[in-house]
Design a protein around this ligand. Sequence first.
Ligand SMILES: *[C@@H]1O[C@H](CO)[C@@H](O)[C@H](O)[C@H]1NC(C)=O
Length: 404
Amino acid sequence: MWTSPRQLALLGLAVAGQVHAKPVKGISELECLAVDLVVLALDACTTATAFCSNYLSIPTITKTATVTTSLTTTQITSSTTGTNIITESTVTQTQTATATVTTCILSQAEEDSSSDSYKKRNVGPRPCRPATRKAIPTALSKFSQDEISTACSCLGIPTPTVTVTATATATKPTTSIINIAATSDVTATSVITITTTTTDIVCPTPSQCNNQGLQFALYPNNQGDSSDATYSIFDPTVYKTETPEFSGITSTAGGFDYSYVQEITVYGTSYEFESDYFVLDHRGYIFAAENGSYTITFTNVDDIVLLWLGANAYAGWTRANANAGIYFGEGGDGSASVDMVEGEYMPIRIMYAQAQGAAVFQVSITAPDGTVFLSSSTENSPYLVQYSCDLVSAPQFPAWGSET
Ligand SMILES: *[C@@H]1O[C@H](CO)[C@@H](O)[C@H](O)[C@H]1NC(C)=O
């Protein structure tokens, strides 16, 4: 048996004249007015809430919501070489959050119901059909079940409580350092520079300043005949202060062999003189183009050759300190060697003396490598000079006649 809302409203107004109820969703205020008496009765009943809740069989609706959260993971790339281009990727993580909602949603319960009878009632105070009902409190026994149900709803019993337990578990993006071996197509052009070290051994040459050749001086020999093997009376020092009869510069030395006395010239000059009783003094410096032994060789000397090398050749020479004495009476052949260091200037003096008779003088100077840079036919050589250009390494000799 069903009492219309209007009837209830009239009843309510007649009995109480007050409206206590607050309608919940889906229940019109008018309907609540109609059950106000019931509401009043419930209001006074301490067990009304529990009753209504049970009476209305408020269901528990579990709603599961799926939450999708986008998390951005940045890849941090560590590399030691090369250039890695990493495209930042977006990682989508799907999280499932479970929300438990406990409430009585009238309209939804109505829609969700499979009962046709509920569907027909789009509005109304009876959304939830209890399966089993508790005993109606005595105070409400005089009301119909529908009226009680409406009244419960009007009371807002149960107060819709929403308990949401949302557990969101998000996985913290892992900060991972990814070591990526750089894989790249590299077209490498290798330029291999081959350094070839070529050692050219260039013999040092002295700077040149029109200083090549030997200086020579012609003197008359007033020391008499050569009457022993070494022409022992010959004194070379007398020419230090004697003005020469003739002097010049020559790139050759020796080269003459006169078996009898005659008018001769020497070293390409035009000065003529008798081929007996003369002295030819030669002086200068050997420039060492290389390390080693430099050899001065004399052959067929007639009458005498005295050789000085080093300081004595420059000044202070005597017959006694000659480095070599080559005498006709001892065969006329001989040589002397001197070790020199490359770049070194070595003073040299060669004094040839002819007395009576035949005049023969052959000389050559040979470098360590066999090069002959002084003979009767040599050209100007940078290794045979009158002085060094700096005039220090190999100073000028004193003027002829002013030697010491
Ligand atoms: C020449 O000798 C000097 C002195 O002994 C030495 O220092 C130099 O290296 C030598 N030069 C060569 C080319 O051997």
